[in-house]
Design a protein around this ligand. Structure first.
Ligand code: FRU
Length: 518
């Protein structure tokens, strides 16, 4: 790739640095190594060490957002699953807690959810001190290895001290297995109208809904999806919730379904359905597939129960089963996406979901500069300095091609480009840095149909030490990707057709969320 130097914008042109090693994070106790390893995310959640996959048990209770997660404390590859645990008051800064759930004789602790049992329907607590109840899948490895199909069942556990300690229910499993090989990932919520708990889980490549009065006794009430949506792989990590349609009094139900493999750009991805749920059955007249993210690293994402402001906040696992076990980190492996608010919109008769970083991100953000750019030059460097820990937004009127590179002096780069002929936005990480740890990491170049019809479009880039999240049009089009450059990206260049005008370039830096947290 060439550097285009036709126009240097002096206010962005800071001195070109030599390779910058990832910055050390200062700590209160002088431990400057804490969360400062190469590729260590600075404003995303990652475990202090060892393997992590899906977010689990996302629930808010008494001022605390809980983040449980699939965790193997012995290695940086997947193994016998536990629920790791972290807490936050703002969903941005996290404090690590001891492991919440350990495997037992019924199996490993796979993905699931948590609820506040406000009226103590389970009897585990009291009305005054309602229990937190976790609902998860037991995976009995011995059963799988013996060639059985019934090795996944659903269990529950409760906590009376806001998640610090957990007791497993002696009546587990609460949902047994009738010979369904993939039968997992229960997500539970309280359904107001029918006054009962609703549990969604996945069975092979469709969903099942159960109902309960007490979180212990569950009845199967319906199924969904044998004929709808994408079926290129097994369905995982469902989530069902109601959302208002922005700008109207209409409300619809959204069903998130992770699928692996079978995502539009390969491997793991998240599809969704917009429809109705009457307390028993989910229906939709949606035709075709809808996807939450066209990047390759947003999987198994689910939303918070019981948020204080009623917002629907989503967190995904920022990886992909295609290569998750091979990414080039040594102390820990993988991170979560930024927490994102989900909103539902309608255009014509089509519904679509947006996912966009929560506003609280501004609490770690400081403005570097906002500039109006009037240039119509075709090739120019928009920014030159370390781009990591950045939040960058710009606007452009798109009628002809736009081609942006984030790169470093080691000839490593990623490209975000829009082509007016095909009306496709693409994200290319084939030359992004270390890619050869697994042959299916670099390719394919990710593509998403995008027709802005000469509108002003907004592009926001959130760049951490080993990830780039791209949000176009406030989260209507999203690419979430891991990247492993050998040096930090330290320039952003733009190639456009002459009548594409880049306007308003805003740059914020983000402070490490781990600073002073150890
Ligand atoms: C999704 C998933 C879930 C399962 C968990 C196991 O990434 O496969 O279906 O519960 O991971 O760790």
């Amino acid at each position: 790739m060439k550097l285009y130097l036709t126009l240097l914008l002096p206010f962005f042109f800071l001195s070109c640095k030599d390779s910058n090693p990832p910055k050390a994070v200062e700590s209160n106790n002088g431990d400057s190594q804490y969360y400062s390893e190469a590729y260590r995310p600075q404003f995303h959640f990652s475990p202090s060490e060892k393997w992590m996959n899906d977010p689990n048990g996302l629930v808010y209770h008494k001022g605390t957002y809980h983040l449980f997660y699939q965790y193997y404390p012995e290695d940086i590859v997947w193994g016998p699953m536990h629920w790791g645990h972290a807490v936050s008051e703002d969903l941005i800064r996290w404090t690590h807690k001891p492991i919440a759930l350990y495997p037992d004789e019924l199996g490993y602790i796979f993905s699931g959810s948590a609820v506040v049992d406000h009226h103590n329907s389970s009897g585990f607590g009291t009305e005054e001190n309602p229990p937190l109840v976790a609902i998860f899948t037991y995976h009995l490895m011995e059963g799988e290895q013996a060639g059985r199909n019934d090795f996944q069942t659903q269990g529950i556990a409760y906590s009376l001290d806001n998640g610090d300690s957990w007791t497993k229910y002696e009546g587990n499993p609460v949902i047994g297995n009738s010979n369904i090989r993939d039968f997992r990932d229960p997500k539970v919520f309280w359904h107001e109208q029918s006054e009962r708990w609703i549990l969604t889980l996945v069975a092979g490549d469709y969903a099942k809904f159960y109902a309960s009065q007490n979180l212990k006794d569950w009845d199967l009430v319906s199924e969904f999806g044998r004929e709808q949506g994408a079926h290129g792989g097994v369905w995982e990590c469902p989530d069902l919730f109601k959302l208002p349609v922005a700008g109207s009094s209409e409300e619809k139900w959204v069903l998130l379904i992770s699928i692996n493999p079978g995502a539009p750009n390969g491997g793991s991805g998240t599809q969704y359905f917009v429809g109705d749920f009457d307390g028993t059955t989910f229906t939709t007249d949606q035709s075709g597939e809808k996807w939450l993210d066209h990047g390759r690293d947003n999987y198994a994402g689910v939303t918070y129960n019981n948020t204080p402001d009623g917002k629907r906040v989503f967190i995904g696992w920022m990886s992909n089963w295609d290569y998750a076990r091979s990414t080039p980190t040594e102390v820990w492996r993988s991170a979560m996406t930024l927490p994102r608010e989900l909103q539902l919109h309608k255009e014509g008769d089509q519904y679509f979901l947006t996912n966009y970083p929560i506003d609280a991100l501004s609490s770690i953000s400081s403005e570097v500069g906002t500039h109006d750019i009037t240039s119509t030059n075709t090739n120019f460097i928009l920014y030159r300095d370390d781009l990591h820990n950045s939040d960058i937004t710009f606007e452009a009127k798109l009628s002809e091609k736009l081609d942006i590179h984030l790169g470093n002096d080691n000839d490593e780069w990623v490209q975000l480009a829009w082509d007016p002929e095909s009306k496709v936005m693409q994200f290319d990480r084939t030359r992004s840095g270390q890619t050869d740890f697994k042959d299916n990491f670099a390719s394919p170049v990710q593509k998403q149909s995008y027709d802005p019809q000469q509108r002003d479009v907004e592009v926001r880039l959130l760049i951490d030490q080993s990830s780039i999240e791209v949000f176009i049009d406030k989260g209507r089009y999203v690419f979430t990707n891991q990247v492993f450059p050998e040096q930090p990206y330290n320039f952003m260049d733009v190639e456009t057709a002459p009548n594409v005008i880049i306007k308003r370039f805003k740059h914020h830096t983000l402070t490490s969320i781990w600073k002073g947290n150890e």
